[in-house]
Unconditional design. Structure first.
Length: 304
């Protein structure tokens, strides 16, 4: 009910914004394909299967860009993603994501506030809801260099493990550099996060890095887009002391290193073949949470 109320509120806000928007553009896409996963897992619940499976993926999204004035812009969006596995259907995932971004631009500087919400289901049962509000500032130092910095406040709630419910605060900064007439984009970013959970064993502080490159090009008169990225996160969990024995719980400290790549081939202007691959190395002081994971997919994407 909580998520339904949010969707209704966002829809009402979007409708109200559209009434006075002087200019609006809309975008939608749908994607269907096949995927393979070397180690199915629900990372948020420390559920690592150590088993592989193949399955199908379905993605769809819609967004709008609504200009109230030349400087004031609203961008609502909704996206749905579903993964169904052939054998281990207890790991079937459905993800609803919705957002509303409001920004004001003046002299190369953007100031905005953004709301992001998510509802995740595993095996058709809700296991996680997320609310996040961000305040951000972005600035073009020149036509090729853009820096965006944001402070984020989040609230996570788990349906079956309330001790993991947490409130978080984060800061991230991303530098975008465009070359080759904007066909190539380089990204370098860093982040700091802190979460306080209902159970202190899940409290943590973390830092992260992310970098990537995307490039648009033509081959045999066919449009292509390819990208490669890497992200790293180091989490330092709070040490928990058992009283009166004064023996600490095993440390949950962990790190994640994930490399991702994609290649998008345009069959027609609005139809693309998309290949994606990801390799993750998840290290933890808890042996059960240490594993590697390879994910690959091949899909057909239509844009409208």
């Amino acid at each position: 009910m909580r998520s339904i109320n949010k969707l209704i509120t966002l829809s009402a806000l979007t409708t109200s914004i559209q009434v006075f928007a002087s200019d609006a553009t809309f975008h939608a896409d749908a994607q269907i394909g096949l995927t393979t996963n070397s180690d199915l897992a629900i990372k948020e619940l420390d559920d690592i299967s150590s088993q592989s499976d193949t399955g199908s993926i379905l993605k769809a999204g819609v967004s709008a860009e609504l200009h109230a004035t030349d400087n004031l812009k609203f961008t609502p969006s909704y996206r749905y993603e579903q993964t169904n596995y052939n054998q281990l259907d207890q790991y079937d995932l459905a993800l609803h994501q919705y957002s509303l971004d409001s920004s004001y631009s003046l002299s190369g500087t953007d100031v905005g506030i953004r709301y992001d919400g998510a509802l995740a289901k595993v095996a058709k049962e809700t296991f996680l809801t997320l609310d996040q509000v961000s305040l951000y500032v972005g600035h073009y130092f020149n036509p090729t260099t853009y820096l965006r910095t944001a402070i984020r406040a989040s609230d996570k709630q788990f349906a079956t493990q309330s001790m993991r419910d947490a409130k978080g605060l984060g800061l991230d900064s991303n530098l975008y550099y465009f070359i080759n007439q904007g066909k190539t984009m380089l990204l370098l970013g860093a982040s700091l996060d802190r979460e306080n959970a209902d159970s202190e064993q899940f409290n943590f502080k973390s830092w992260g890095l992310n970098t990537g490159i995307t490039h648009r090009f033509k081959a045999f008169d066919i449009s292509n887009k390819a990208g490669l990225s890497w992200r790293y996160q180091d989490k330092n969990y709070q040490e928990v002391i058992n009283q009166p024995l004064t023996q600490s719980e095993p440390s949950r400290d962990e790190s994640r290193s994930v490399v991702s790549a994609f290649w998008q081939l345009s069959v027609f202007d609005s139809l693309q073949i998309v290949t994606e691959a990801e390799y993750g190395d998840y290290q933890s002081k808890l042996a059960a949470n240490t594993y590697t994971q390879s994910i690959a997919s091949l899909s057909l994407k239509a844009s409208f």
